[in-house]
Design a protein around this ligand. Structure first.
Ligand code: ADP
Ligand code: MG
Length: 571
């Protein structure tokens, strides 16, 4: 037995690592540097995986996505100053998405504050606007207290971001008696407590739903986060009410369910007279709940954990305040009316869904096997070759994300990640890495625009080093929204009239994968895309990039589905 004298000295870093372990943190996303290397090393020594990124932005995005997927806060570790500023992007993104994230960062020695210290920044102040809680422990032995509070606050109530600041002297502080690390520990945070809706609200909701002529259920990513799929699927079956998932609400009930009206979205919004919103906000994604996209006489019933959200933007709303799983279970105990499949409203939506899906299929077949690809023909090839389940989709970009959303059906909740409430570009690589960490045996498929991919392409090296066999398909149209073909690009560049949306044509993104030790393909038509996909799918342990050139689109006018007519007119 070694004597206490021989035992390696413990430190504040070890206290932090032991605390994280006690709190059941199994992975930390981040980048080391002075003064947090010791924290990362101590985490690894205590059996916590540390995934070392190339930019704190991606690490913070990854940690927040891990929080969303796992239902417990994701943890990110960075250095101070610039490291924290990079990670602010992740805090904002987590706040906007309502995802649980804890950022831990090193800061300058506590006796050097305000002296122009190394990477000095008032980080608690900098993080506060994006955080539910931001603090620095007042003493070394308060570290477990502050970490526990940060973790608990990040995922109790409406999930969001929190921040803990560790001065360098706290991290390095030698702890002579190892037992004292145990003595100051806090109990692990249990799962979030659940609340239920008020009985009279429940009865009113029931009467609204049962008397509605054209009811609609909207499923948001809050429903996916709440792990309420079992209850929600029962609700849909019991009531036969058509449902519409938001981009990340997809899969709570399968996209191929006959009541899914994604392909008739505009019609469903316009016609609905009573809408049951489950974990979705009436923000820009849902056109604020206002006409003309929605009927001017629509009534909303809103299931959400956050009272401040209810009635936001002035829409007439009945609250069902509480945890989605618990509140939907409450609804299931009531006498629910069942809509007939012969109902004219349901049939009308169903017909529209079928027409639109047929149109999409026809679009995907256009051109020949060797013609230049477009979104539709490329996605059709990809859809035909990918397995129908055990795939996690990650998507970012403008058109790439919007169009891909309708092509790729999702059957399980938390199986699709995208730019989200913040429309945040640059999340793709971080999200894909987080998804592979959470689902080690599933196929992670990222379908990303060329511009979006550029924000975090260097994280390919992170994925390859971390043994993550991601499949990344870059849909490359030489630009943001759209780009120019080679000839027009050269001409404009020479004249100094390059559009601000233009990126270098045919950039060899697949070679970045090769340069980092992965595999890459450049494809220009259906035949090449098919072949590359088949080869990539056959590889089980390689990180793959398929650089898919599509028609650049030229100088087309910018237009997006989420903008209402009035907003377009203002532009
Ligand atoms: P989407 O973008 O899919 O429409 P949002 O992010 O706008 O979804 O909305 C998610 C909502 O879910 C938030 O208002 C959040 O408060 C809510 N939420 C998250 N977790 C729960 C839960 N367990 N129970 C109830 N509501 C929840
Ligand atoms: Mg593009």
């Amino acid at each position: 037995m070694s004597s206490a004298k021989d035992a390696p000295a413990a430190s504040g870093a070890e206290l932090i690592a032991v605390t994280l372990k006690k709190q059941n943190v199994d992975v930390v996303f981040g980048i080391v540097g002075i003064p947090v290397v010791e924290i990362a090393e101590a985490c690894v020594a205590h059996g916590i995986r540390f995934i070392a990124f190339r930019n704190e932005q991606s690490a913070a995005y990854a940690a927040s996505a891990y929080g969303y997927l796992s239902g417990r806060p994701g943890v990110c570790l960075t250095v101070g100053g610039p490291g924290v500023v990079h990670a602010l992007a992740g805090l904002l993104n987590a706040k906007l998405n309502c995802w649980p994230l804890v950022l831990l960062s090193g800061s300058c020695d506590s006796d050097q504050v305000d002296m122009g210290a190394f990477q000095e920044l008032d980080q608690v102040e900098a993080c506060k606007p994006y955080c539910k809680y931001a603090a620095r422990p007042t003493a070394i032995d308060r570290i477990p207290f502050v970490i526990e509070k940060a973790l608990r606050t990040a995922f109790y109530g409406r999930p969001g971001a929190t921040y803990v600041d560790f001065p360098a002297d706290f991290i390095q502080y030698p702890i002579r008696h190892r037992e004292s690390i145990e003595r100051v520990q806090m109990p692990a945070v249990p799962n979030a407590p659940m609340s239920q809706a008020f009985e009279s609200d429940l009865q009113e909701a029931l009467s609204l739903l049962n008397n509605a002529k054209r009811p609609l259920i909207v499923l948001g990513k809050g429903a996916a986060y709440a792990r309420a799929e079992y209850e929600i699927r029962q609700l849909v079956e019991a009531t036969q009410i058509p449902f519409l998932p938001t981009p990340m609400g997809k899969g709570v009930v399968s996209d191929t369910h006959p009541l899914c009206v994604s392909a008739a979205r505009s019609k469903a919004l316009k016609e609905a007279d009573v809408v049951l919103l489950i974990g979705a906000r009436l923000n820009w994604i849902l056109h604020y709940g206002h006409s003309p996209r929605w009927s001017s006489s629509v009534r909303y019933i809103h299931i959400d954990i956050s009272p401040e959200e209810i009635g936001n933007n002035g829409a007439p709303t009945l609250p069902l305040l509480g945890d989605i799983k618990a509140v939907v279970a409450q609804l299931l105990t009531q006498r629910l009316r069942r809509l007939s499949s012969q109902d004219a409203y349901v049939k009308g939506l169903r017909d529209k869904v079928e027409q639109n899906i047929a149109k999409m299929k026809a679009n995907g077949q256009k051109g020949t096997d060797t013609s230049i690809l477009n979104y539709h023909t490329a996605f059709t090839v990809i859809k035909d070759l990918l397995p129908t389940d055990e795939v996690i989709y990650v998507s970012e970009g403008a058109n790439t994300m919007d169009i891909a959303r309708s092509y790729f059906d999702v059957h399980e909740p938390r199986h699709r990640l995208d730019a989200g409430t913040g429309a945040t570009m640059g999340v793709g690589m971080g999200y894909a890495i987080a998804a592979q960490q959470y689902y080690p045996n599933k196929r992670i498929v990222s379908i990303v625009g060329d511009s979006a991919f550029g924000f975090s392409a260097m994280e390919l090296e992170t994925a390859i080093r971390s043994n993550m066999p991601l499949l990344i398909i870059v849909i490359n149209n030489n630009g943001i929204y759209h780009g120019l073909d080679k000839g027009e690009y050269e001409e404009s560049r020479n004249k100094g009239t390059l559009p601000t949306t233009s990126l270098s044509p045919e950039t060899r993104y697949e070679q970045i994968a090769e340069a980092c030790g992965g595999k890459g393909w450049l494809v220009k038509n259906r035949v090449e895309l098919r072949k590359a996909l088949q080869e990539a799918m056959a590889l089980k342990n390689e990180t793959c990039v398929i650089n898919t050139l599509i028609a650049p689109g030229g100088r087309t006018k910018l237009e997006f589905g989420w903008m209402s007519k009035a907003e377009k007119a203002k532009m």
